[in-house]
Design a protein around this ligand. Structure first.
Ligand SMILES: NC(=O)c1ccc[n+]([C@@H]2O[C@H](COP(=O)([O-])OP(=O)(O)OC[C@H]3O[C@@H](n4cnc5c(N)ncnc54)[C@H](OP(=O)(O)O)[C@@H]3O)[C@@H](O)[C@H]2O)c1
Length: 296
């Protein structure tokens, strides 16, 4: 990447929650090429390398992932291909051609037993196959030696795709009663917040490139701030719907424990990530989880 030139940015995962938002937020920073699984199936190493060789990006942003947490328990091989092998192949290419790699990881790399928010230094110990495959991806990128940012996030929602916010909205209209887990803690994070902050970090990084700024690379937690449970989030969604239309009949929400909601994959009790490093290094303070939610 030469100073003064717009970098070539390649986004994998353009149709995903984060990827879709990145297509907008990163368009100001460089010349974008954005691909979905049809244009480049990252489960196929040859397709990744052919794509990278053809586009020769300065910055590779990988927002593609195998994200079906429960299904991953029975599709372990595919989850690892997409979440561990694909980032590894991409990172090796980035290392060889001096490209910057930007990748997204998850709170599910932790077991959730810590009582305070997880920092970037905490030791991962995933509880499920999805978390294991994502952690393997993080380690592969770190071991490749490429310049990279790994943003760890969690509890993502937005107005498209598959997420808790959209599911609860639908169930509120369709059901009499919804039972929602009230013993897992996290910070609902809007995908637009993640994409916007990714752009802010990259802007700072690109504009300071002539400086010795390698020490700012690495892993960063990136979520909205604050704390709630899935039940707390569901209640906030219900309240928002009620304010929008007082005559709408909405399901009641009942708090339950995770034991009462068995799922194939175990989830961490504490999904809170401390974003202090992001603030310290880049001066970026993430908004409280209710802020971007109330403007939807
Ligand atoms: N969702 C969450 O709550 C959450 C929490 C923590 C971390 N994350 C991480 O954040 C990142 C983005 O998550 P998201 O929620 O935005 O994901 P998402 O909405 O599920 O989208 C994932 C995208 O990955 C693409 N993809 C899947 N398999 C692919 C393949 N074989 N080849 C190419 N592309 C493939 C899909 O592309 P097509 O649509 O084109 O098929 C899809 O659009 C991921 O790294 C995820 O692990 C997510």
């Amino acid at each position: 990447m030469t100073k003064g030139q717009r970098p070539k940015i390649l986004i994998f995962g353009k149709n995903g929650q984060i990827g879709f938002e990145l297509c907008r937020s990163l368009s100001y920073l460089g010349n974008l090429t954005a691909l979905g699984s049809v244009e480049c199936d990252i489960a196929d190493p040859h397709r990744i390398i052919d794509t990278l060789d053809h586009i020769k990006p300065d910055i590779i942003v990988n927002a593609a992932a195998y994200t079906a947490v429960d299904k991953a328990e029975s599709e372990c091989e595919l989850a690892f291909k997409i979440n561990a092998d694909a980032p590894w192949i991409t990172a090796e290419w980035a290392s060889k051609y001096k490209a910057l790699m930007v990748h997204f990881s998850t709170d599910y790399v932790f077991d959730g037993t810590k009582e305070t928010p997880y920092t970037e230094e905490d030791k991962p110990a995933p509880l499920n196959v999805y978390g294991e495959s994502k952690l393997a991806g993080d380690i592969n990128i770190q071991n490749s030696g490429c310049d990279h940012f790994i943003f760890r996030t969690g509890w993502i929602y937005g107005t498209r795709g598959k997420n808790f916010y959209l599911t609860i909205q639908k169930l509120l209209r369709e059901k009499e009663e919804i039972r929602v887990v009230n013993d897992q803690y996290g910070a609902p994070t809007r995908c637009r917040t993640i994409a916007g902050i990714t752009a802010l970090v990259l802007m700072q990084y690109i504009s300071n490139r002539e400086l010795e700024n390698k020490d700012v690379l690495g892993v960063y937690n990136l979520t909205n701030s604050g704390k709630t449970t899935w039940y707390g989030f569901a209640k906030a969604i219900r309240e928002k719907k009620r304010l929008e239309n007082k005559s709408l009949k909405l399901a009641d929400i009942i708090p339950i424990s995770s034991k009462e909601y068995p799922a194939p994959a175990r989830r961490p009790e504490n999904s809170l990530l401390s974003c202090e490093k992001l603030q310290k290094v880049f001066g970026i303070k993430t908004p409280g989880w209710k802020e971007p939610f109330s403007s939807l």
